[in-house]
Design a binder for this molecule. Structure first.
Ligand SMILES: Cc1ncc(COP(=O)(O)O)c(C=O)c1O
Length: 390
């Protein structure tokens, strides 16, 4: 007998269908989805234009090695060029962690240096290389010895950056809005200090845009908001409109890997390429980043006033449709209550309720989302009693 190895805690429901901003469980209950499969379904579930592109590709071919050309990849590059300023070499991978691994490998190879600077509370994935730059010791301490050093500098402390980045540093890797670490946007001065540090030391700047990229934070790529120019950036999660695919964008002058020095069987898969092309077209033609920015501001201001005065809440914060409510307690009770009220959310760090809704939620959904968060936080407060909430 076989059973699936569980990687995540069981949330007690079975999801069988998704459509736009909603999912349904096996009992027929409908949920407003602010979880979106860890941020994947940002364009909504089964966006009709992504589904149509995949259907068309399915009728052509599902597997083409990177050794051969394929028009789906050409189309993907055309669509990505229309939303991405600058000249980049694009690598197709399958998961966020794999994209991070390649970004690190590119930097080590291009600079010949052996040190990577990462940040406290940063999260970059669960494979060995990605774990080496993921801060939480609970994840990272399982493995040791990577053939290079990873050091952690404090996030959002501009004055500390230059102490950590020197001529031995191959790369600085950063999330400009930390997701898993607690939904923490980078301060503009901190972001600027990263650029100064890499310019001074000759290190490369890697922006991990697996979660914050592809429109979620109000610009297509998170670094555009800060006016930064990374040498390398990653994309994943929503970049395939729900299809599993990740990308690495690298400036041509930092790509020193020769053919044969990297490879991945599924990289360049035509289904993935068709999905990215369709998703990028949707992003551009439906004004996704602008809408995410506006909706995010509306959610944040409504949440902030609804939660004002609730002692269980430390802060509501976020950028675009990456929103976090930091509590004074663990968030699991509130997330459970939200699920029972028909809204799916997830946690971030040890005290944050994270909301990653799709860009097409309506104003009515926003009211509902805010109302459910408020009620569930209040219920949690009543349940715990005033002593514990302080
Ligand atoms: C910023 C960031 N990088 C990398 C990853 C890893 O992506 P994946 O789970 O697809 O490997 C994640 C996943 O949450 C992430 O948020």
């Amino acid at each position: 007998m076989l059973e699936l190895a569980r990687l995540y805690r069981d949330r007690g429901i079975t999801i069988i269908k998704g459509e736009a901003q909603y999912v349904w469980d096996s009992e027929g209950r409908r949920y407003l989805d602010a979880h979106t499969g860890h941020g994947v379904a940002f364009l909504g579930h089964r966006h009709p234009r992504v589904v149509e592109a995949l259907r068309r590709q399915l009728d052509e071919i599902m597997a083409v090695s990177g050794s051969f050309g394929n028009p789906a990849r050409d189309e993907m590059l055309r669509e990505l060029s229309a939303i991405t300023p600058g000249h980049w070499k694009v690598f197709m991978q399958s998961s966020g962690a794999e994209a991070v691994e390649l970004a690190l490998k590119l930097a080590l190879k291009a600079t010949g240096r052996r040190r990577i600077v990462a940040f406290t509370r940063g999260f970059h994935g669960r494979t060995l290389g990605a774990l080496s730059v993921t801060w939480n010791p609970r994840y990272r301490s399982l493995v040791a010895g990577y053939g290079y050093d990873a050091v952690f500098a404090p996030y959002n402390k501009a004055e500390e950056v230059e102490k950590h980045v020197d001529e031995n540093t191959a790369a600085v890797i950063v999330e400009l809005v930390q997701g898993e670490g607690g939904v923490v946007p980078a301060d503009p001065e901190f972001a600027k200090s990263l650029e100064e540090a890499v310019e001074r030391s000759g290190a490369l700047l890697i922006v991990d845009d697996v979660q914050a990229g592809f429109g979620r934070t109000g610009t297509v790529w998170s670094w555009q908001r800060y006016g930064l120019e990374p040498h390398i950036f990653t994309a994943g999660k929503s970049v395939g409109g729900g299809f599993p695919v990740s990308l690495v964008f690298a400036r041509p002058d930092v790509v020193a890997l020769k053919p044969g020095e990297h490879g991945t069987t599924f990289g360049g898969n035509p289904m993935a390429a068709a999905a990215v092309a369709a998703a990028a077209r949707v992003l551009r033609e439906e004004g996704v980043p602008e809408r995410a920015g506006l909706l995010g501001s509306s959610i944040l201001s409504k949440l902030s006033s609804a939660l004002e005065g609730l002692r269980l809440v430390r802060e509501a914060r976020g950028v675009g449709l990456m929103v976090g409510v930091e509590l004074r307690v663990r968030p699991s009770g509130v997330i459970r209550c939200m699920q029972c009220s028909g809204v799916l959310a997830l946690s971030a760090g040890s005290t944050v309720v994270r909301l990653l809704p799709p860009y097409l939620i309506s104003n009515e959904d926003v009211e509902r989302l805010v109302g459910v968060v408020e009620r569930c936080v209040s219920e949690e407060h009543r349940f715990r009693g005033p002593g514990e909430a302080a």
